[in-house]
Write a protein that binds this ligand. Structure first.
Ligand code: AMP
Length: 453
């Protein structure tokens, strides 16, 4: 199918074609004609599937005709869980609407000053992209009305619910006209999301995009076990020097961890910057701009801050700390392999954290290959159970006969050093890794090993 068969207005079609897209993605093929026909939609589509264009292109088509209702409020409202995603959606609106005359888009996100937002709201606006909390603030101050609203879009609805926005969403929806069209996009339509979806939509068409559209399909997933914080840092150092790595998002569990790790990487000569929720919006925007333009190679981020980041140059995602929630793993690795490109997702795991990997594998239905970097093999024994003489890692050549793993039962491998603390690579001279040159493994060829469970 090509774009001209979707029924889009020629102005939107022209903008899409100049974006360089040759054909619609699966979600666009299914969602666009139905949205143009005015249907409510419940769409389960992963990030990277082209979902933003799937809701933005048909919604913008409405704006080609003037509103029949008087007022200055938005005709399209998009709710997103995070500021970064909101900004990307606003950018998409501007891109697909660039051939339209005087399209006015506004992003209302928390963490940004009120002044410019209020100024923008003092004039008529076509598209508002907002995080629920900040939008509620503007609504409570009487700065925005929805008299003209035609389309309400909930993007990454599951995530908004995870983040506790359910009451805000309901309060916002209650202020919108009952005649609106509602398009809800979510990674899943099960459980509480499904319940909310049914409450907010009327006779909605349900669209589930086949799994082959999942970003994971193009993403090679790998696992590296580490013994202690020093070993973990040396692994990261080696991975960071891989010549195949273009840009990477490195995930940490905490905001402080992101700051510390970015400092550590800078000390080692890498172009690294942190991105987390404690940073003021202008700093976050600047950091993301530097990532987009390639001036920053490593973005050290927390889950929420990195959500929705869409930078084509990101070749690797490195989970320096494994995610606690399996869903977060999917969102994290979706930062690479964007728009049909391939990507690599590496997770560093302590032996005590194996259960997290098992949860992820159960959730995704995919197993993650264990790899080792020559010279950086973990010395801990992989698993406690089983007879001492068994070969828990089977007969795969990678591990068989390796002196660091072979012989003896598992002993103490899960014990982290008592000096270990989260982010223990810093401020601990014992754990401080050797100078970069000593650990550098450019373009290493990691050996594959079999899993431990
Ligand atoms: P999304 O799933 O909305 O986060 O989009 C993921 C990426 O796919 C974005 O970088 C879009 O610019 C890109 N994209 C959207 N639609 C298409 C298409 N039909 N062909 C190629 N790339 C696309």
């Amino acid at each position: 199918m090509n774009f001209s068969e979707l029924g889009l207005n020629p102005l939107i079609l022209k903008a899409v074609e100049t974006s360089g897209y040759t054909e619609p993605t699966a979600v666009q093929e299914q969602a666009v004609p139905a949205a143009l026909a005015g249907k409510d939609l419940l769409v389960s589509a992963q990030t990277g599937s082209g979902k933003t264009a799937a809701f933005m292109m048909p919604s913008l088509c409405r704006l080609v005709e003037p509103s029949t209702v008087k007022g200055s409020g938005p005709r399209i409202l998009v709710l997103t869980p995070t500021r970064e995603l909101a900004m990307q959606v606003e950018k998409a609106a501007a891109t697909y609407g660039r051939e339209m005359r005087k399209l006015r888009t506004v992003s209302l996100v928390g963490g940004a000053p009120y002044g410019p937002q209020l100024k923008q709201l003092s004039q008529p606006v076509d598209v508002v992209v907002a995080t629920p909390g900040r939008l509620m603030d503007h609504m409570e101050r009487g700065k925005i009305d929805f008299d003209r609203l035609e389309v309400l879009i909930l993007d990454e609805a599951d995530r908004m619910l995870d983040m506790g926005f359910v009451d805000d969403i309901k309060a916002i929806v209650a202020k919108t006209p009952a005649t609106r069209q509602t398009l809800l996009f979510s990674a899943t339509l099960d459980g509480v999301v499904g319940k909310l979806a049914r409450e907010l939509t009327r006779d909605a068409l349900r669209i589930e995009v086949a799994r082959k559209e999942d970003p994971e399909a193009q993403i090679e997933q790998k696992l590296h076990f580490f013994d202690d914080p020093s070993h973990k840092m040396r692994l990261l150092d080696a991975l960071a020097r891989d010549t195949n790595l273009n840009q990477a998002v490195v995930f940490t569990a905490t905001k402080a961890g992101a700051e510390e790790l970015s400092e550590e990487l800078r000390d080692r000569g890498f172009l690294a910057e942190a991105l987390h929720g404690d940073m003021p919006q202008h700093k976050r925007t600047r950091t993301l701009d530097r990532v987009r333009t390639g001036r920053t190679q490593f973005l050290i981020a927390t889950d929420v801050a990195a959500r929705g980041i869409d930078v084509a140059g990101i070749s690797h995602v490195i989970n320096f700390d494994p995610p606690r929630q399996a869903e977060d793993y999917v969102h994290r690795i979706g930062r690479t392999g964007r728009a049909g490109r391939s990507g690599i997702a590496v997770t560093l795991v302590g032996f005590k954290e194996r259960h997290l990997v098992r949860n992820i594998e159960r959730y995704t239905g995919q197993s993650i290959a264990v790899e080792i970097i020559p010279g950086l093999e973990p010395t801990s024994k992989p698993r406690p159970e089983g007879p001492r003489t068994s070969k828990p890692w089977g007969d795969k050549p990678g591990y068989k006969g390796k002196s660091s793993f072979g012989g003896g039962g598992w002993k103490g491998g899960e014990r982290a050093p008592s000096s270990a603390k989260p982010g223990g690579y810093k401020g601990n001279s014992e754990n401080k890794p050797r100078p970069a040159a000593a650990t550098a493994q450019p373009a290493h060829k990691p050996k594959r090993a079999e899993r431990f469970w």
